[in-house]
Write a protein that binds this ligand. Structure first.
Ligand code: UGA
Length: 425
C-alpha cells in the first residue's frame, strides 16, 4: 500500500519505518527542510535504538521517501497518517495551530478518496473541533492512537500490544484493517472518541501504577520494609501485573505527565470527575522530594554542598529531556545553594546549553570528582556496571541516593558508601 506520514518526528518515523518493514511504500512529509535533509542522508535526528539502521535499509530498498513537498507526498497515498506535534496549551487544551493549517492544505490538495488516520494524541473535544475542518467528502477519517515507548519504539510499532482503530467510516476501517493485516496483534475496532479514551486511559493508568508504587515505597521507608520484594510479591498476581511497579523519584517524559494533565482538564470541561488522575499528578509532582529528604537526612543543610546528579534523560535509553525529573532535582538543588554536577550518557551536550551553570559531562568519573553525594536520577542500566570503587576514591563524601532503585545495595555498602534507595530501607 502507498502510505503518507505527515510529521517525521518520533511517532511518524517509528510508525512509517514499521510499515516499510512490513512491505509498504511510505512517503514521509515534514515542513522542516533540515530534518528532511538529515533523514534523506540516512540519519535519525534523535536517538532511538535500531532506528537508524532500519531507516537506512528502507531507503536502500526504495520504500522510504522523504520530502518537504506536501503535494508530492500525498500524490499516491491511499492512507495518510497525521503524526504532527500538538503541544498542550496552559489550560489543558491542545494547541491545534499546526493541525488546523495542515487540514486546510489537505482540503485544497486532495481531490480523491483517501483514508486519514490521526495518530497525534488530541483531546476528545479538540478532535470534534478539528474534525469539522475536514470538510472534504473524499476524506475517510479514523483515529489510530500510538502506544510506543521511547527506547523500544520500533519494536513496539512492529509488535504492538494492541491496534486501536476508531472510526464510523466503513472505507477507512477496511483500509486500516488491510494495512495492519500482517501485524500479529489484537485489533480493537471502535468509534473515534473511544479510541482517544483508550489512549488517555492507558497512559493515565500507567501513571496511577507508578504513583501507587511510589507511595507504597515511601511507606516502606518509614516502616522498614523492602519495596523490591513488595513489588515482586504484588506483581505476581496476574490481575495486578509486574510491569510499571518500579518505584523511584517519579515519572517524566513527553507523554505520561501531559496525558494525565490533559485527562484532568478535558474531564473537567465534560463536567466529569477523574480525581484519581488529579491525585496522581500531585503525588508525582513532589515524589522527587523523597530523594532530597534522604540527602538532607545525611548531609543536613545542603547549601554549599557539591552534588552529582547522574542521568538527565527522562528515562534510560533515550536522549529526551522533556519533563525529566532530573531537571526538577537540579533546579531544586541550585535554588538551595548546591553546586550541581551532572552526568548523562547521551544528552550532555544539549543539556549543557540549557543548564549553563552546571558542570555536565558524559564522563561519569569526572562528574563524581569532589562530590559530597550522588543521586541516580535516570535508570541508565549502564550505572550498574561502572567502577564504583573508583567513584568512591574520587568523591569527597560517600552518600548515594538511588532514585531509580537500580544499583546493588550490598556491593555499594561493602565499598564504604552510605546507600539509600526509594523504599529499600
Ligand atoms: C509512554 C507509554 O509507556 C507508552 O505506552 C505510550 O505510547 C507513550 O508514553 C506515548 O504516549 O507516546 P514513554 O513516555 O516512552 O511511554 O515512557 P515510559 O516507559 O512509559 O516511562 C515514563 C516515565 O515513567 C519514565 O520517567 C520512567 O522512568 C517512569 N517509570 C516507568 C517509573 O518510574 N516506574 C515504572 O515502573 C515505569
Amino acid at each position: 500500500m502507498n502510505i503518507c506520514i505527515i510529521g517525521a518526528g518520533y511517532v511518524g518515523l517509528a510508525t512509517g519505518i514499521s510499515f516499510c518493514i512490513k512491505g509498504h511504500r511510505v512517503e514521509f512529509y515534514d515542513s522542516d527542510r533540515n530534518k528532511i535533509l538529515i533523514l534523506n542522508d540516512g540519519r535519525v535526528p534523535f536517538y532511538e535504538k535500531g532506528m537508524e539502521e532500519a531507516l537506512q535499509k528502507c531507503i536502500k530498498r526504495g520504500s522510504a521517501i522523504f520530502t518537504d513537498n506536501l503535494k508530492k507526498a500525498l500524490k499516491e497515498a491511499a492512507v495518510i497518517f497525521i503524526c504532527v506535534n500538538a503541544p498542550t496549551l496552559p489550560r489543558g487544551k491542545t494547541d491545534l495551530t499546526s493541525i488546523k493549517s495542515l487540514f486546510s492544505k489537505l482540503n485544497k490538495l486532495i481531490k480523491r478518496k483517501v483514508t486519514i488516520a490521526i495518530k497525534t494524541t488530541i483531546n476528545p473535544d479538540d478532535y470534534l473541533e478539528v474534525k469539522k475542518l475536514l470538510k472534504n467528502e473524499n476524506f475517510h477519517l479514523a483515529v489510530n492512537p500510538e502506544f510506543l515507548r521511547e527506547g523500544s519504539a520500533l519494536k513496539d510499532s512492529l509488535n504492538p500490544f494492541r491496534i486501536v482503530i476508531g472510526t464510523y467510516d466503513e472505507s477507512s476501517k477496511k483500509d486500516l484493517e488491510n494495512l495492519y493485516s500482517n501485524f500479529d496483534s489484537p485489533k480493537i475496532i471502535t468509534d473515534p472518541l473511544s479510541a482517544i479514551m483508550i489512549k488517555y486511559a492507558s497512559n493515565s493508568f500507567l501513571a496511577v501504577k507508578i504513583s501507587f508504587i511510589n507511595e507504597i515505597a515511601n511507606l516502606c521507608d518509614k516502616i522498614g520494609a523492602n519495596i523490591d520484594d513488595v513489588a515482586t510479591g504484588i506483581g505476581l498476581d496476574p490481575r495486578i501485573g509486574k510491569d510499571f511497579l518500579k518505584a523511584g523519584i517519579g515519572f517524566g517524559g513527553s507523554c505520561l505527565p501531559k496525558d494525565t494533565r490533559n485527562l484532568i482538564s478535558f474531564s473537567k470541561r465534560a463536567k466529569a470527575n477523574i480525581s484519581i488522575a488529579e491525585k496522581v499528578y500531585e503525588i508525582n509532582d513532589v515524589q522527587f522530594l523523597a530523594a532530597i529528604d534522604k540527602l538532607k537526612e545525611v548531609l543536613g543543610n545542603l547549601k554549599g554542598k557539591t552534588i552529582a546528579v547522574l542521568g538527565l534523560a527522562f528515562k534510560g535509553g533515550t536522549d529526551d529531556l522533556r519533563d525529566s525529573v532530573s531537571l526538577k532535582i537540579i533546579n531544586y538543588l541550585k535554588k538551595h545553594g548546591v553546586i550541581v554536577r551532572a552526568h548523562d550518557y547521551m544528552i550532555y551536550e544539549k543539556a549543557g546549553k540549557l543548564l549553563k551553570d552546571v558542570f555536565i559531562s558524559g564522563d561519569i568519573y569526572s562528574v563524581a570528582e569532589g562530590c559530597d553525594a550522588l543521586i541516580i536520577a535516570t535508570d541508565w542500566q549502564e550505572y550498574k556496571r561502572i567502577d564504583w570503587a573508583k567513584i568512591k576514591n574520587l568523591t569527597t563524601g560517600n552518600l548515594i541516593i538511588d532514585g531509580r532503585n537500580i544499583l546493588n545495595k550490598k556491593l555499594l555498602i561493602k565499598l564504604g558508601f552510605i546507600y539509600s534507595g526509594i523504599g529499600r530501607s
